[in-house]
Design a protein around this ligand. Sequence first.
Ligand SMILES: [Zn+2]
Length: 160
Amino acid sequence: MALLTNRDREYLRILYLLKGKNQPVGPVKLSKKLGVSKVCAFQKMHRLQALGYGTYLLRNGLKLNSKAISIVEQDVKRHHIIEAFLQKKLGLTHQQACIEAEQLDQSMSQRLFNKINTKETISSQSCCGYNLTHKLKVSDLKNCPWIQRSLCKTKDGEKA
Ligand SMILES: [Zn+2]
């Protein structure tokens, strides 16, 4: 089975942000949000369907399935756990911790992650307001700088 790349995971998060958990998201909407071409968004959505992360409904778009949702939940949680750890243990600012967490996440082994994924880390809330003890909601991603960095810059300040 083909491997889910970091870019694929990023697309899944943005589709989730666009409420892809509850409704199909069209390629135009996704392409505008990410600042990529419609063709590129369309191809990626078909790739995600082929990898088993949703169903592409004709003239509608991609609707994420539970497998996609659990990847997003898991990735968002992992990012914020690393971030919270860096803030708490190393005293980094939220902004620094967020950027470092994004970099570290890609190379951190599961063994090391398990070591920092402690009750103590989880009990500390990340500064972007994401609560590690709650189940992920779309609204949690709206103020997350990590998610914002994926979005098209010219869309800054635009209210969804
Ligand atoms: Zn972050």
